[in-house]
Design a protein around this ligand. Structure first.
Ligand code: MF3
Ligand code: CO
Length: 252
């Protein structure tokens, strides 16, 4: 069931999104060769706590294997849900950061892919196109249109370059919970409801340099490309109004 949000509720989600984006503006410059992903997670936990929010991802998921960190950090052939560890970032890494904050009961969700040190031209191109996919998707998200118009926009842009569009994971409704209806796939499939005012969704293209297929690492969380080629991920939380669409998180 889709929970549409009223103006007051969207204001709450926006405030949560602004906090999350402010966190990213300080975090991104720290994503440099030599730092471990665990150090970044520790920094994120402290930042969110000081700001008065709660990490929305920490403890999320099944009781037998809840997500153990505040942020997902996915490097190169890790697509999403990479768990912070002692792994050091090195120059040339494509580092996807994905984080959410709960503030006064309102949840935000945003992801960005950072190029650590100097990355190769093909990696930079993948990252650029993935970010473009996000904005093409947002462009298609208008009251009165069908939801899968977003998916077509993302899919067509990435396909043009021969990239694989991950279809096993999707964007989603967000705001009261981290994952709400509707599912917002990046490759068109499934339910196709009309987009209406009050809809708040996270659009999050996950684009692979090679094939779209993925597998899960032994930790039960990390999603990897099946062919070992790199992947990028960008995400915004957006709100639909009758006459316009607002990106609630800030551009990074
Ligand atoms: N942005 C991701 C998503 O929407 C984050 C979920 S990570 C989790 O699926 F750990 F919280 F599950
Ligand atoms: Co999300």
């Amino acid at each position: 069931m889709i929970h549409l949000k009223n103006e007051k509720q969207i204001n709450g989600i926006r405030t949560s999104c602004k906090m999350l984006s402010a966190m990213y503006r300080e975090l991104i410059p720290l994503v440099k060769p030599g730092i471990t992903t665990l150090e970044l997670d520790k920094w994120v936990r402290q930042w969110i706590q000081k700001a008065g929010g709660k990490p929305a991802f920490l403890g999320y998921g099944p009781k037998r294997n809840p997500y153990p960190a505040a942020i997902c950090i996915s490097i190169n052939d890790e697509v999403i849900h990479g768990i912070p560890s002692k792994r050091k970032i090195i120059s040339g890494d494509l580092v996807s950061l994905d984080c959410g904050i709960e503030l006064d009961g309102f949840i935000s969700d945003q992801a960005v892919t950072v190029e650590a040190g100097t990355v190769s031209e093909p990696l930079h191109h993948l990252n650029t196109v993935t970010k473009e996919c996000l904005y093409h998707g947002i462009e298609a998200a208008k009251a009165g249109e069908r939801l899968l118009k977003i998916s077509h926009a993302v899919y067509n842009h990435a396909s043009q370059y021969g990239y694989g569009v991950v279809y096993d994971y999707s964007g989603h409704g967000v705001g009261f919970a981290l994952h709400e209806d509707p599912s917002v796939p990046n490759a068109p499939h499934g339910a196709n409801p009309r987009i209406s005012a009050g809809l708040v969704i996270a659009i999050e293209p996950m684009i692979n340099m090679g094939k779209a297929e993925i597998f899960h690492a032994k930790d039960g969380w990390t999603v990897m490309t099946a062919d070992g080629k790199p992947s990028a991920h960008w995400e915004h939380t957006i709100a639909i109004f009758a006459d316009h669409t607002e990106i609630l998180s800030d551009r990074l």
